[in-house]
Ligand binder design. Structure first.
Ligand SMILES: [Fe+2]
Length: 388
């Protein structure tokens, strides 16, 4: 994809700790490298699943004082971020650990920043608006999807439905701790949807028209797609532990890719579906993925053809003239095999919602500028209709 190596920058989380059972080292790592008064940002589901208690005892055994904020919800609203900041300030936190899915990690990033810098959340939306520094921060994902542990992005729901992003290298944590054991208990639909999200990160990063599109992201994206597409079925259908480890690694590589060569129209069209109808982020992506890629085909055919054998090795034998189209068909078939609902109507979205969704998607200019084929509102509406 990257024919000429131009000028680019590449930033990622400086320290990655990976391995089954590595969460048991949380206390040791935090006490030595983060701080002694640790705020854990997580959700109640993880507390109930018993994944938070071992983290707390590991930290306490290492001599840390711990406070747990467990009120993160999917598509976290601003109020949750502010409440977590208040909780951390009251506790006197000098370090933050995010433990959970993308929502908990996104909130943890903002909490670490706002606790130290004192900035107002309303002032830092957008790209590069952060001025201050953050507290020491470790992020440990419990889904193989967002790659949030290696991205400089936090997404917050503002007002009733709209999503806004804070994008700044300051949000990259000091440490990403990836323990595949934390993902062993994930239900199949969550494994499938979050895994498709990670695959979309790899695909959209590879075809991004961002000025910072770069060969490191391209290399990471192809390896991510190989790991994700090759293991998502075994992880979702059988909970295979080796496959889950490869998914977690793949989602991180895809995160490193799109953190530097950002995602595009699939995500822009997915956000209003999540914001207005509460559809999980990964599923929102899966619902519009085939139609967006079909639309992009005239501009991205060679890139999709290049990606195809990384995801589906047998497509190497497909004639190059039909390989990109076959890639899109196979992605749709994979979603269906994973049991994900294929159409917007299947998740309760009415046909007459299309104009509103298209209007909302057009606001995601941060993402739309990276799409390989430019989109007008009428194109976006046609994609939603094709996905309905
Ligand atoms: Fe995503």
């Amino acid at each position: 994809m990257v024919a000429v190596i131009g000028t680019f920058s590449f930033n990622t989380t400086p320290s990655v700790v990976f391995g089954a059972g590595s969460a048991a080292r949380l206390g040791e790592i935090a006490a030595a490298q983060l701080g002694r008064r640790v705020l854990i940002v997580t959700d109640q589901g993880l507390v109930a699943a018993g994944l938070v208690a071992p983290a707390v005892s590991s930290l306490e055994q290492a001599g840390c004082a711990v406070s747990v904020f467990d009120k993160v919800v999917a598509d976290p609203p601003e109020s949750v971020v502010l409440e977590a900041v208040e909780c951390g300030a009251g506790f006197g936190a000098d370090a933050v650990i995010g433990l959970g899915g993308g929502s908990s990690l996104d909130v943890a990033k903002l909490v670490a920043l706002l606790l130290r810098s004192g900035e107002r959340l309303a002032d830092i939306y957008g790209i590069g608006q952060v001025r201050g520094k953050r507290l020491p921060l470790l992020l440990s994902p419990t889904t193989a999807g967002t790659g949030s542990e290696v991205t400089p992005i936090s997404i917050v729901t503002t007002g009733a439905h709209e999503k806004k992003g804070v994008v700044s290298p300051v949000l990259l944590p000091d440490i990403a701790l990836l323990d595949p054991e934390l993902t062993y208990g994930l239900p199949a639909p969550v494994t499938a949807a979050t895994g498709v999200d990670a695959m979309v990160h790899a695909i959209e990063s590879f075809t991004s028209t961002s000025a910072n599109r770069n060969p490191i992201s391209a290399a990471l994206a192809t390896e991510a797609l190989r790991l994700l597409a090759g293991n998502i079925s075994a992880a979702a259908h059988r909970g295979d532990h080796d496959a889950r480890g490869k998914m977690l690694l793949g989602s991180m590589l895809a995160g490193q890719a799109f953190a530097n060569s950002p995602v595009a129209a699939v995500h822009a069209l997915a956000y209003p579906i999540g914001g207005h109808y509460g559809i999980p982020h990964g599923l929102s992506n899966a619902l519009v993925l085939p139609a967006v890629l079909e639309f992009n085909l005239p501009a991205a055919e060679s890139a999709y053809a290049e990606l195809a054998p990384h995801a589906f090795p047998d497509l190497a034998r497909e004639p190059s003239s039909s390989r990109a189209a076959a890639f899109i068909r196979r992605l749709a078939a994979l979603s269906s095999d994973l049991g994900l609902p294929p159409r917007l109507r299947d998740v309760g979205i009415p046909a007459d919602a299309v104009p509103m969704l298209a209007r909302e998607a057009m606001k995601q200019t941060r993402l739309l500028v990276n799409n390989p084929r430019p989109l007008e509102e009428a194109n976006v509406a046609a994609i939603y209709e094709a996905s309905w």
